[in-house]
Design a protein around this ligand. Structure first.
Ligand SMILES: *Cc1c(COP(=O)(O)O)cnc(C)c1O
Length: 365
């Protein structure tokens, strides 16, 4: 029987194991020198030297970022509904209201026109998502934010190394969050990185991460324990040395799929965008779920649907549902399928994915 091709596969090598072993043997395993070094290296690699604060998950990063930026009860933050629930959750956790705006069909990210019309006197920020590793419409959203005097925040959980008009994502927003969960483009086991545009925001993030303390037992604000451990940081540091090669492979895999897939809509890339293909997402307008089942059962090709239920219809967040229908959000939730694109795929795997998709698409046409 042919092997199942999984939709995602974290790559952990000998170097990661050795790094963890080194930290464990040192006897110093909580937040310490490995975390500090990881912050420096991550910043140099992805953020052009912008300050970055390591935390224990991407979700913590969003939550702390919003709190550090002063978002709280009575405020509104504009977010997409077509994203992982952590985006809207983090806004709700501050006591602010997530205001769900529609996406545009090509990038699957916030539609600038929808954002513009969602702005009210209570809007305290725009939290946009670089979904699937494709940057959101940076220039237009920056323009809207500047015109209204509100900050732009970046959920870059899926977009390590992506860029817009030659500039890396994570360097545009007041803060930007990168996730290091195992299925993301690189991992530390669990973890997140938050880039901060100003020294004051960085300071607030460091306080909130560690019980509100800069000096031991002199707690200045009510904070969390959202610290990363040196064990996790040591894994992340090794992955950082490999991420560029993996991204190149993701992009080459995507180019191969673009070239060979037939009968489906392949992912468009905006002219200003460098896409890092966290996901390679196609649209299947008719019977998407049957398509997914056929790939799995007939060809042993795994795929994923990110995300089948828009956030504003989840039991947890539907009290924030807008009165207008989010048409493109609903359509995307019905039509999207993400195919394997991860760097562990062999040429045979890619050919099997192509054969599977083209055959199932043809049969369904
Ligand atoms: C993964 C993800 C998060 C949350 O990151 P965790 O590290 O899993 O907490 C937030 N937003 C998006 C878009 C994500 O994909």
């Amino acid at each position: 029987m042919t092997d199942f091709i999984p939709p995602a596969k974290p790559i952990i090598g000998e170097e990661e194991r050795a790094a963890v072993d080194r930290v464990l043997r040192s006897g110093m395993i909580a937040q310490g020198p490995e975390v500090a070094a990881f912050e420096q290296e991550f910043s140099a690699h992805f953020l052009d030297g912008r300050a970055v604060v390591a935390v224990n998950s991407g979700t913590s990063g969003l939550h702390l970022g919003l709190l550090a930026a002063g978002v709280g009860p009575g405020d509104e933050v504009i977010v997409p509904s077509f994203t992982f629930a952590a985006t809207g959750n983090s806004v709700a956790l501050t006591g602010a209201t997530p205001v769900f705006a529609d996406i545009e069909p090509d990038t699957f990210s916030l539609d600038p026109a929808a954002v513009e019309s969602a702005i009210t006197p209570r809007t305290r920020g725009i939290l946009a998502v670089h979904l699937y590793g494709h940057p959101f419409r940076v220039t237009e959203l920056q323009g809207i934010a500047a015109r209204h005097g509100i900050p732009l925040f970046e959920d870059a959980a899926q977009a390590h190394g992506a860029s817009w008009d030659g500039q890396q994502v994570g360097t545009f927003g007041e803060f930007a969050m990168f996730s290091l969960y195992p299925t993301k483009n690189m991992t530390s086991g669990e973890g997140g990185m938050v880039a901060a545009a100003t020294p004051e925001l960085e300071r607030q993030l460091r306080l909130l991460r560690n019980q509100g303390m800069e000096r031991q037992y002199e707690n200045e604000v009510v904070g969390f324990n959202a610290r990363m451990t040196d064990i996790h940081a040591s894994i992340g540091r090794v992955q950082l040395t490999k991420i560029d090669g993996w991204t190149e492979t993701r992009r080459a895999n995507a180019a191969y799929l673009d070239q060979h897939l037939e009968g489906v809509v392949v992912p468009p890339v905006a002219p200003d965008a460098t896409h890092v293909y966290h996901q390679y997402t196609i649209r299947v307008p008719h019977d998407r779920d049957g398509f997914v089942a056929a790939l799995r059962d007939e060809y042993r090709v795994g795929s994923g649907v990110y995300y089948p239920i828009p956030n504003h219809r989840l039991p947890s967040l539907r009290r924030f549902a807008p009165s207008d229908e989010l048409k493109e959000t609903e359509r995307a939730a019905r039509e999207v399928v993400s195919l394997p694109v991860h760097p562990s795929l062999t040429r045979d795997d890619l050919d099997r994915i192509v054969t599977a998709v083209n055959s199932v698409a043809k049969a369904g046409a």
